[in-house]
Design a protein around this ligand. Structure first.
Ligand SMILES: Cc1ncc(COP(=O)(O)OP(=O)(O)O)c(N)n1
Ligand SMILES: Cc1nc(C(=O)O)sc1CCOP(=O)(O)O
Ligand SMILES: [Mg+2]
Length: 208
């Protein structure tokens, strides 16, 4: 299995956003270092999720970028994505692994070390860990765990830790120093005036 990319771009499907336009800007910059996670609103239909995932996968393919689908693993299977990501309200990790199969990429959300170790034992291949910092992109999250929270999780598992939540290029060095393998972002790329440049800045920070 190829190694996991370090920069995860989660689709911003809020009203007025242009997730495919942002992806078209980011892909030529990040290429195979990009993991694109297709995430739609809970209210979106499966058909809408499927159509977006299909288009994302087609854009990713020529660059060797990885396409994952958040929550809806049947959509991941239907489009032939590399895998999916699950959290506390989704299929349990062990069930998700059964659905996706042994070789698929499977990420799980973990906010502290015990849950992290359990997720890995159940079959997670990477962990999304956060929220690292305050974010306006998603509501209802617990308080930020900061780099120290990331350090606690990274010290408890042997799979890549992907830091998420309010991540910017400026916050990457502290997260990497805390043991994060990579980062997942929505706003840092999707809300940037120049998404290609924002992608390059994140990659530069991740390379240090
Ligand atoms: C890389 C990454 N980490 C965490 C999450 C959050 O997943 P989850 O807790 O299931 O919440 P939703 O994204 O489904 O609202 C993620 N998607 N990606
Ligand atoms: C989808 C998501 N999950 C989070 C978690 O901590 O579980 S934070 C988050 C949103 C991340 O967006 P931004 O990069 O704009 O802060
Ligand atoms: Mg989820």
């Amino acid at each position: 299995m190829p190694s996991l990319g370090r920069l995860h771009l989660i689709t911003d499907t809020r009203p007025g956003r242009d997730p495919l336009g942002v992806l078209r800007a980011a892909l030529p910059v990040a290429r195979a270092e990009l993991v694109v996670q297709v995430r739609v609103a809970d209210e979106a239909t499966d058909r809408e999720a499927y159509e977006l995932a299909r288009q994302v996968l087609a854009l990713c393919r020529p660059y060797g970028a990885t396409c994952l689908v958040n929550d809806r693993l049947h959509v991941a299977l239907a489009v032939g994505a590399a895998g999916g990501h699950v959290g506390a309200d989704d299929l349990p990790v062990r069930a998700a692994r059964r659905v996706l199969g042994a070789t698929a990429v499977l990420g799980a959300t973990a906010r502290e070390p015990v849950a992290a170790a359990e997720a890995v034992a159940a079959g997670a291949g990477y962990l999304g860990v956060g929220p690292c910092h305050a974010t306006t992109t998603k509501s209802g999250l617990p308080d930020p765990i900061g780099p120290e929270g990331v350090r606690a999780v990274a010290g408890a598992v042997d799979v890549p830790v992907i830091a998420i939540g309010g991540v910017t290029a400026a916050s990457v060095p502290a997260l990497r120093a805390a043991g994060a393998y990579g980062v997942a972002v929505v706003g840092a790329i999707s809300q940037a005036a120049d998404p290609a440049r924002a992608t390059a800045e994140l990659l530069r920070a991740l390379a240090c």
